[in-house]
Design a protein around this ligand. Structure first.
Ligand code: UDP
Ligand code: MG
Length: 340
């Protein structure tokens, strides 16, 4: 092999996956910053995959203009807004790189961290994830809630969920293939990253504030994602409702004996209206809560059994990868190599 041919054989392609929803004001800044950045690393082939998640502003036309000017910029335009989790799934179906860096469009995740990620990737790590030293401009309540949520999730699941790690990370092709095997529609990707395993490496960074525009997450959306996270990860809540049901049954049994003795032996006249009301209210509460918890899981079963395609594509500049490889095929595809 000539030197040039061997260099091109080892030349790696890096995909950058950016989900984008109504990012009109931030896209010009993103284009400029990314172009400046990738020009500093000509030793790689670059592909920047913009997934337009049904934006209603002019994000899509900006992306098309960028694609026309520079073919390193590719796009997948989804048929409507499916949410960031599905947008990332769609992106993974279309990228062609040896590895992918997932980042937000709003420049909260600095592209300047990519060289460090690539360094660890070359050392053999498959999932280099960035954790936030600081969380940028977020309300005190959101920070607190988020921290308590992670510690709850951590305690109820067997697989550790990484606190303060977002979706900003570099994934090797192995991880991409593994994630593509998992086609569930109600996704909590942050959990999936951990679930798939592979060699992980943490790096730390200061999360910047949004470069422009506004966050798309409000309290309710975050709450929905939080419930998603727990129900897609663990069945502990079901067990908790069984345990609570069991304990209340024992309590009810003891109370029954107590009241029977009181009425029969001590001949207590009819009394105890407040006790009755309290018991009815408490038990109905427990029953409704357990029903709700069960409902969450049945809802998930309902959504997954419909087996609908997770998304539809309006148009794209890229080729969709072949159907997701089965876990076995993907294992065969990755034979051992000492270094990348
Ligand atoms: N996003 C998306 N679809 C959505 C909502 C958000 O693709 O329905 C994208 C958004 O364009 C951004 C990223 O997800 O690139 C993170 O969104 P945002 O900055 O609003 O979230 P935050 O940083 O506040 O958690
Ligand atoms: Mg953001």
């Amino acid at each position: 092999m000539t030197q040039e041919a061997s260099a091109s054989a080892t030349r790696k392609k890096v995909s950058v996956l950016i989900p984008c929803y109504n990012e009109h004001s931030v896209l010009p800044l993103l284009f400029a910053r990314m172009n400046e950045f990738i020009d500093t690393m000509p030793e790689y082939d670059w592909e920047i995959m913009m997934v337009n998640d049904g934006s209603s502003d002019d994000s899509m036309s900006q992306i098309i203009h960028m694609h026309i000017r520079d073919k390193r910029w590719q796009f997948v335009d989804l048929s409507r807004n499916f949410g960031k989790e599905i947008a990332m799934m769609a992106g993974l179906d279309y990228i062609s790189g040896d590895c992918v860096v997932i980042m937000d469009a709003d420049l909260q995740d600095p592209p300047e961290l990519i060289p460090e990620m690539l360094g660890y990737w070359h050392e053999g790590y498959d999932d280099v994830y960035a954790t936030r030293k600081s969380r940028g401009k977020e309300s005190w309540l959101r920070k607190r809630l988020s921290l308590s949520y992670y510690s709850l999730l951590q305690r109820t699941t067997r697989i550790p969920v990484l606190q303060n790690a977002g979706d900003f990370r570099l994934l090797d092709r192995k991880c991409i293939d593994a994630l593509r095997c998992m086609r569930e529609v109600q996704r909590y990707t942050k959990g999936l990253f951990t679930w798939i395993g592979f060699r992980k490496k943490e790096i730390k960074f200061d999360r910047a504030d949004r470069a422009a525009g506004q966050t798309h997450w409000n309290f309710w959306k975050l709450l929905a994602l939080a419930i998603e996270g727990i129900t897609s990860y663990t069945t502990i809540p079901l067990r908790i409702s069984t345990v609570v049901g069991f304990i209340t049954s024992i309590g009810a049994f003891i109370a029954t004996i107590y009241f029977l003795i009181k009425t029969w032996i001590l001949g207590d006249p009819v009394q105890g209206f407040p006790t009755l009301v309290i018991l009815i209210l408490f038990l109905s509460g427990v029953i409704l809560l357990s029903l709700g918890i069960m409902g969450e899981y049945i809802g998930r079963i309902f959504n997954e059994t419909k087996a609908r395609p997770p998304y539809f594509v309006q148009s794209t500049s890229a080729q969709r990868n072949p159907e997701p490889p089965s876990a076995q095929a993907s294992a065969q595809a990755h034979t051992y190599t000492q270094s990348r």
